[in-house]
Write a protein that binds this ligand. Structure first.
Ligand SMILES: Nc1ncnc2c1ncn2[C@@H]1O[C@H](COP(=O)(O)OP(=O)(O)OP(=O)(O)O)[C@@H](O)[C@H]1O
Ligand SMILES: [Zn+2]
Ligand SMILES: [Zn+2]
Length: 802
């Protein structure tokens, strides 16, 4: 039997399978999708069996060294998906497969020296091998780096051997369980009148009073004050059984979840769920866009759709952006489906993630709630995928493999003939446009549940405030409302948009922000060169000392941090209790949850935070939402700036007045006339969509064009310029006349880790060979010896140009 194996070397020359012999004793065992260890040159590497076959034209095949899994970890579906993924994201097969599995399953490699001829060891080296005939290369490098060269030459002479080992990080957690082995013996000991057996008796007493069965040894010891040796001596006497068993690390241990029952759906929800249920019922693939305003009850529609999938014995994946994967969110799913739910997110330890993932593989759960990579959950009977907040940019992975979870979901939906539900209050333009064209079905929830009104939004012009002598970061209307909330004992949320901070220049008198004359994009301030620059076309100008629009001298970089806001609050509202949530206060594990719970329990009046408080939160007592700098993001060098601003303002406003109490939103900013702010305040997605589509069309951006992006980086500026120019001219000779080639220009982040970055951008509608051209360019420079240090990344559907 022959196994075709893809090995763990992410490189163009080995981006294919290699044939290995399967030793006859493993023939009944080896299957596609299993991890194996194989010899590769002098090394041993981890790999995946992609195929087993009976013959191979290859001569002198080596044997597989080891099979790591008792069962395939990649299903046949995932093997196929990995191929598609690698080809469409221009990444290596091995990278695609590794992205589908928990990090714990990726091998680490160890190299060590082993003594073959001890008598030939020189005196300088011999002491190293006193304790063992083998030493780890890493230990040598750490402790005796000067000996490394000698060791290497000794291995060339055959005195030492170099041994390569593959280490598996995936470890299972084992825990001891205890039970009574002999009830009558136990009773006997309890009856004896021995003083010193006090602890033994307590232990036995505890077990005798519990229903027969096994219990965590740790727990019984803690309960009775007995020690491990006490238990062990009872085990030796045959009174107890102690057994080690594998357990899952449970990040939700000890938490009681209130079970929830399905709510009777409103008429709107009934209409919205119809196309989803139909797709489930008819067993056909359909992508449904669930466009529902904040608080319209989208989650209940998800829950009931999942229920109908589970009723059919199938499984469900729910994707949630990392940032809104809060305990509150998870509880809504665990509360409905209990232990049938696995959770995958980056807050879990490597071991916890591995355990959650194995529950899926072993079919012990049927619902997964997780961030982007949960889309690869190895379900074999998938019945639905739900992507909540589908517009979130975090669904696109900005590293190899550069996949978008939405595309993977739709691929899997076709494979399993099941519905994909994209939910959002502010769908991405791409998605809404597809729904308009009929490629997706559109289901709308235009009102909040029980017709709660959308909160009233007031926009405050901070230029006016400044003119009237208010130099504080809080406008008068916001101060009034904050005070009112305090008096009424209601809660407020203050949101500070930190992205885009200090990178642009703003006139505090007229709101002027410097724009590129060619690209409709704000210019970015480069402090080092004292200039303003366009990251799309390379246009630059020097920093003005007075505002070009109103000649004011109040032209400066803009920015405030949450900490500063907190200090200000303490000055103007000393009686307010404030919880601050930002990267600093939530870095410790569990702190995120602790802060939210404290706020929910009414331990604070004001929740102050960044992006991380914008989404998914549902607090009944929140009546006021204040947005401190609504327009900062507008000036990022990003063609999605308006869309992101609209989305964010809508999400933040959605936190107010979701229950009985009426909500109010105050939005502060300088550039408040901008349509994304004006339309968000009116909760008018449709007009925003129309307006933004026109802008995108005019400037040839998605969804009218796809963006292809090649990024080059090199330590040497000349090399990177040369390579990117060559690539641009190669492409310009081949692209169809409808496509546009822009660049090469420096990347928005012009240098990372001392590497200069350049990019070439292609705006295209239909360029079926673009993938091949990108591959050709990459292969060309890989062969070029002078370009060894050059790195190229390609993206056929870039979401951002950073
Ligand atoms: N059919 C229903 N009957 C009664 N209450 C409902 C119903 N559906 C949803 N709700 C309640 O309405 C509130 C808002 O619903 P939900 O959070 O699902 O909205 P959403 O559209 O997901 O909001 P967002 O996009 O802001 O997260 C929740 O408290 C939910 O329990
Ligand atoms: Zn001005
Ligand atoms: Zn420009």
């Amino acid at each position: 039997m022959i196994a075709a194996v893809v090995v763990d070397v992410p490189s163009g020359s080995v981006n294919k399978t290699f044939d290995y012999k399967v030793p006859s004793e493993w023939e009944t065992w080896a299957e596609p999708g299993m991890r194996v260890i194989v010899p590769f040159g002098p090394r041993k590497l981890q790999g995946f069996i992609l195929e087993v076959k009976s013959s191979s034209p290859v001569k002198g095949m080596k044997n597989i060294s080891e099979i790591l899994d008792p069962l395939p970890v990649l299903t046949s579906e995932l093997i196929e998906l990995g191929r598609w993924l690698a080809e469409n994201t221009l990444s290596f097969y091995i990278t695609a497969y590794q992205a589908m599995l928990p990090a714990a399953m990726k091998a680490t490699y160890e190299k060590s020296f082993q003594v073959l001829q001890p008598e030939k060891l020189p005196d300088t080296i011999a002491p190293l091998f006193l304790a063992s005939s083998e030493i780890n290369v890493n230990d040598v490098t750490k402790e005796n780096p000067h000996l490394l060269q000698t060791l290497q030459s000794l291995s060339k002479e055959g005195v030492l051997d170099v041994v390569y080992k593959v280490k598996n990080k995936a470890n299972k957690k084992k825990v001891k369980f205890v039970s009574l082995a002999d009830q009558s013996l136990a009773a006997e000991i309890l009856g004896q009148n021995q003083k010193k057996a006090e602890k033994q008796k307590a232990l036995l007493n505890e077990l005798l009073h519990r229903p027969p069965g096994e219990y965590l040894l740790q727990e019984i010891l803690a309960e009775t004050g007995a020690s491990l040796p006490t238990a062990q001596s009872l085990f030796k006497k045959g009174i107890l059984t102690i057994e080690e068993k594998e357990v899952y690390r449970d990040p939700f241990q000890g938490r009681t979840m209130k079970r929830t029952a399905p709510l009777p759906l409103t008429e709107n929800q009934e209409n919205a769920i119809k196309p989803i249920l139909e797709s489930i019922e008819n067993h056909n693939h359909e992508t449904v866009l669930l466009h529902g305003v904040t608080g319209s009850g989208k989650t209940e529609v998800y829950l009931q759709s999942i229920q109908s999938v589970l009723d059919k014995g199938k499984e469900a994946i729910v994707l949630v952006p990392e940032i809104s994967l809060t305990p509150q969110m998870v509880n809504r799913f665990k509360g409905r489906f209990g232990s049938a739910v696995a959770v995958l997110h980056s807050g879990l330890s490597i071991g916890e993630k591995y355990d959650e993932w194995r529950k899926i593989l072993r079919k012990e759960v049927s619902v997964v709630v997780g961030a982007r990579s949960a889309i690869f959950a190895p379900f074999q009977n998938l019945g639905i995928v739900i992507i909540d907040e589908e517009h979130e940019t975090s669904y696109k992975q900005e590293d190899h493999p550069r996949y978008h979870a939405r595309d993977v979901a739709i691929w899997r939906g076709k494979y399993h003939s099941c519905p994909i539900v994209l939910g959002s209050a502010t769908p991405s333009l791409e998605t809404y446009a597809r729904a308009q064209k009929g490629r997706y079905q559109l289901a709308e929830l235009a009102n909040r549940v029980h017709s709660n009104p959308m909160p009233e939004v007031t926009i405050v012009d901070m230029r006016e405030e400044l003119k009237n002598g208010n130099r504080s970061m809080f406008s008068l209307p916001l101060m009034d409302k904050l005070k009112e909330g305090l008096e009424k004992r209601e809660q407020s949320v203050l949101f500070l948009n930190r992205r885009g901070y200090a990178s642009f220049i703003l006139c505090r008198d007229c709101g002027y922000v410097a724009q590129c004359p060619h690209c409709d994009i704000s210019l970015t301030y480069h402090k080092r060169f004292g200039e303003l620059k366009c990251h799309y076309c390379g246009y630059k100008e020097s920093v003005p000392s007075v505002c070009p629009s109103c000649t004011s001298e109040h032209i400066r970089f803009f920015g405030t941090g949450t900490q500063k806001v907190e200090e200000e609050l303490a000055k103007v509202l000393p009686e307010a209790r404030v919880i601050r949530m930002d990267v600093d206060t939530t870095s410790k594990k569990g702190s995120h949850e602790k802060l939210l719970t404290a706020f929910e329990n009414g331990e604070a009046d004001i929740l102050l935070g960044t992006q991380m408080i914008a989404k998914g939160l549902d607090f009944p007592k929140v009546t006021l939402v204040g947005v401190l700098a609504a327009d900062t993001m507008l000036h990022l060098p990003d063609f999605r700036a308006s869309e992101k601003t609209f989305q964010l303002l809508t999400q933040v406003s959605g936190r107010a007045g979701r229950h009985e109490l009426e909500g109010k939103v105050i939005v502060q900013g300088y550039d408040i006339q901008h349509y994304s702010i004006q339309l968000a305040s009116k909760h008018d997605y449709h007009t925003f969509y129309q307006h933004e589509m026109q802008t995108r069309k005019l400037h040839q951006y998605p969804p009218f064009y796809y963006l292809g992006l090649l990024t080059f980086s090199h330590l040497d500026l000349m090399q990177v310029v040369e390579a990117s120019e060559k690539a641009a001219s190669f492409l310009s000779k081949r692209l169809s006349p409808e496509s546009l080639l822009l660049g090469p220009v420096t990347s928005p982040i012009a240098r990372v880790k001392d590497r200069y970055r350049y990019q070439v951008m292609i705006k295209y509608k239909n360029e079926p060979k673009l993938r091949n051209w990108f591959e050709e360019i990459m292969a060309h420079f890989q062969k070029d010896k002078d370009m060894k240090e050059l790195q190229i990344t390609g993206d056929l559907n870039a979401q951002t140009l950073m």
